[in-house]
Design a binder for this molecule. Structure first.
Ligand SMILES: Cc1cc2nc3c(=O)[nH]c(=O)nc-3n(C[C@H](O)[C@H](O)[C@H](O)COP(=O)(O)OP(=O)(O)OC[C@H]3O[C@@H](n4cnc5c(N)ncnc54)[C@H](O)[C@@H]3O)c2cc1C
Length: 323
């Protein structure tokens, strides 16, 4: 996240949408090609359905406007973060003095760029949803990333998180990533320059992912469709998909299952307010209706404490707790 040198919302009156600094900010964005929504509740943009308003949600309309908007935010010292589909984050409940920048309108193309025998290289924009990418793969009979089925994120979020399952992760299919660095310069990072690991691609923290190139292989549409349906069926059987959540809360420690550890310390089904450690899968926290971020956090901390006391293990968080 950018530094918090200046404010977007007036600090004394965070609910006042027409404060001086908001007016300045609106003027700034009128000069750029962006969509902006003010005091936008993050609960509308997270799969947890949790989160108070951010000062503004900015959607640049193309890559040049994205670079300019990020440059202006930096020049003014205004804090910001990149929002994907909000499926791996927990934002705070209270008004939050940041700009959330989303790439859905600026970088979401999917373009086959090269073929070698049965391999096809496809460049995918960071703002597009994984579900759309998988539909493209079925239509063009391209395999290699079926394991992403049912992950409700964007390509950019999946690249940053090196999303995947036991069957594989996106880093395995990756050839390179295009990023903007903290100074707004575009770079192509070949996979050999990245330290790819479990749920991390090792990107610099201020890198904004613009897109990536995936190495896919020719397959058969009906076979792909069958595999995707089987993966989705398995998810429905094992995961609490009927409730808002952010998927797994913790990374699995080496050789262990975070869900099994949480279950062994007796927390399966445990509730704080409207948040619950799922009865179906103990590494998931679900929002039963009106859960607050602080209630989810209380469950996260309780699980960490009990697992450490019982097994001497410090579980690493997979979800990103913001604010
Ligand atoms: C029902 C459900 C099932 C899930 N199953 C899985 C699973 O099987 N495997 C798995 O790995 N994950 C899973 N997840 C978690 C989540 O979907 C993934 O981590 C996903 O890749 C996050 O993508 P996103 O676009 O939602 O990112 P967000 O949650 O919006 O952001 C995640 C992080 O990435 C950063 N970010 C996002 N886009 C960019 C960008 N373009 N440039 C720079 N930074 C960026 C954000 O700032 C944030 O720090 C699941 C979640 C849910 C709700």
């Amino acid at each position: 996240m950018g530094s918090a040198a200046s404010h977007i919302l007036p600090p004394s009156d965070p609910g006042n949408p027409e404060g001086d600094s908001v007016r300045e900010f609106k003027a700034l964005f009128r000069s750029l090609d962006v969509e902006a929504e003010w005091l936008e509740p993050m609960s509308r943009h997270t799969t947890f359905r949790i989160g108070g308003p951010v000062a503004c949600l900015v959607r640049p309309l193309d890559e040049a406007s994205l670079a300019k908007a990020l440059g202006e935010l930096k020049r003014l010292g205004l804090p910001h973060f990149i929002l994907g589909a909000g499926s791996n984050i927990l934002p705070p409940d209270d008004p939050w003095d940041v700009a959330a920048v989303q790439l859905t309108r600026s970088c979401s193309d999917i373009v086959p760029i090269e073929e070698h025998g049965d391999r096809v290289r496809v460049r995918v924009g960071a703002g597009g949803m994984l579900s759309r990418l998988l539909r493209f793969c079925v239509r063009h009979q391209l395999g290699g990333i079926e394991f992403l089925a049912g992950i409700p994120g964007t390509v950019g979020g999946a690249v940053v998180m090196n999303a995947g399952t036991k069957r594989g992760c996106i880093g395995e299919a990756l050839l390179w990533v295009d990023v903007l660095d903290g100074n707004g310069r575009r770079h192509r990072l070949e996979k050999s320059r990245l330290s790819v690991s479990y749920r991390s691609l090792g990107l610099p923290p201020d890198a904004v992912v613009l897109g990536a190139c995936l190495d896919l292989r020719r397959s058969v549409g009906a076979k792909l469709r069958g595999e995707l349906l089987e993966i989705l069926r398995h998810r429905r059987a094992t995961q609490p998909l009927g409730y808002p959540s952010a998927g797994c809360i913790f990374k699995n420690p080496p050789g262990a299952s975070a869900g099994a550890l949480i279950e062994q310390v007796g927390l399966k089904g445990w509730k704080v307010g409207g948040a619950q450690i799922s009865e179906k899968h103990a590494n998931w926290i679900v929002n039963l209706g009106k859960a607050r971020a602080e209630e989810v956090l209380a469950l996260v901390e309780e699980a960490e404490k009990r697992v450490f006391e019982a097994f001497g293990l410090r579980m690493e968080r997979e979800i990103r707790i913001l604010g």
